[in-house]
Design a protein around this ligand. Structure first.
Ligand SMILES: NC(=O)c1ccc[n+]([C@@H]2O[C@H](COP(=O)([O-])OP(=O)(O)OC[C@H]3O[C@@H](n4cnc5c(N)ncnc54)[C@H](OP(=O)(O)O)[C@@H]3O)[C@@H](O)[C@H]2O)c1
Length: 328
């Protein structure tokens, strides 16, 4: 593979000039669309995006040709096969194989064409199931993973290691971030395929509209989770590209967690649902607690700004306004 290292690194680290070419991989997804909104509003004029029908990132030849023709200078990898517990359990091969291909192709194409800055997005599921809480970046690879999303997590860990290897072998300032659970506009509101918060919004919204008196949720309601609005994550990604240059992946979260039962209560209130909430204990809970240690991010000067209740309200509003076109 030809390595395009002859190009000088003009943007590292520090302010990203407004005329820089930024490719947001996965720009129609939950995180990618927030990144697109963020950088557009901030005044970046040369954003590049392709949906998966135009460019399947699992295909190496097409990915390299795309990089050669568009010449991005900065890449943010928000493209991935994603899904909730059920999808992860049903299709582990797809979660492993697609994600490995997507990230390897993006990273190899970036190195080959001299991309100056690259931000790889991992996920908090890369940490061991019983990691000490809050989970510090040092917990990576210190214990067994949560089995329900092990294939996805292993692919993501490979992505982090790939970024570190590129830093060591080629000296490029590529970085990784580990976001906590993300929610917001463009989320996957599918009731069984999606993540917990949007699936709850859909279920409680329907129940309120139908006047139902009982909603059943998966598991015991006891696991604790942290939720970050996608617009906050987009802001954090921009901040990291300008201020962070280190081998170690950095956690991005709010530093606050809630039980799934508390979350259900909050979503029910926002949706105007007043019936009972039943917990189906035959369904798996997943990891008991997942709260990220965000000290590293705080120390370098970034904190989240969107409160959970307000974020759920605007996400519910978006769901109501886009009932015809959200993903099913
Ligand atoms: N959501 C979370 O809670 C969360 C938490 C932590 C980390 N993350 C990370 O953030 C990243 C983005 O997640 P997300 O929630 O935004 O996912 P998402 O909403 O499902 O979006 C994924 C994006 O990836 C694109 N994509 C999937 N397969 C592709 C392929 N073969 N070729 C080209 N594009 C492809 C999709 O494109 P099309 O729409 O065009 O098909 C979509 O835009 C992932 O790496 C994920 O691990 C997410």
């Amino acid at each position: 593979m030809r390595i395009g290292l002859e190009q000088s690194l003009s943007v590292v680290p520090g302010h990203l000039p407004f005329d820089i070419r930024i490719y947001i991989a996965g720009h129609r997804g939950l995180v990618g669309s927030a990144l697109w909104r963020h950088f557009s509003r901030a005044g970046y004029r040369h954003l590049i995006g392709r949906d998966s029908a135009e460019l399947d990132l699992r295909n190496w030849g097409n990915t390299l040709a795309f990089f050669e023709s568009t010449r991005p200078q900065v890449v943010i990898d928000a493209a991935a096969r994603t899904g909730g517990i059920e999808a992860n359990m049903r299709q582990p091969v797809d979660f492993m194989s697609d994600n490995l291909r997507i990230q390897v192709n993006l990273l190899d194409a970036a190195v080959a064409t001299g991309v100056e800055r690259f931000l790889f997005l991992g996920s908090s599921c890369i940490y061991p199931k019983f990691a000490a809480q809050p989970i510090s970046e040092d917990a990576l690879l210190t214990g067994p993973l949560e089995p329900t999303n092990e294939a996805y997590a292993v692919a993501k860990i490979a992505g982090i290691e790939h970024v570190t290897a590129i830093r060591r072998q080629y000296g490029l300032p590529y970085i990784s971030a580990m976001p906590t659970n993300i929610y917001g506009p463009q989320d996957n509101f599918h009731s069984s395929n999606g993540h917990v918060l949007p699936a709850m919004i859909r279920r409680f919204h329907r129940a309120a509209a139908d006047g139902s008196d009982c909603v059943t949720c998966w598991g015991t309601g006891r696991p604790r989770r942290e939720f970050l609005h996608a617009d906050d994550l987009a802001d954090a990604c921009h901040f990291l590209l300008e201020h962070y240059d280190d081998d170690q992946a950095v956690n991005v979260g709010t530093g606050v967690d809630h039980s799934i039962a508390e979350l259900a209560q909050l979503v029910a209130e926002v949706c105007g649902y007043r019936g009972e909430i039943h917990w189906d204990h035959t369904k798996p809970d997943g990891t008991p607690r997942k709260l990220l240690d965000i000290r590293r991010m705080t120390e370098i000067g970034w904190t989240a700004g969107i409160p959970l209740q307000g974020g759920i309200k605007t996400t519910h509003q978006w769901f109501v306004e886009h009932q015809e076109d959200y993903r099913t």
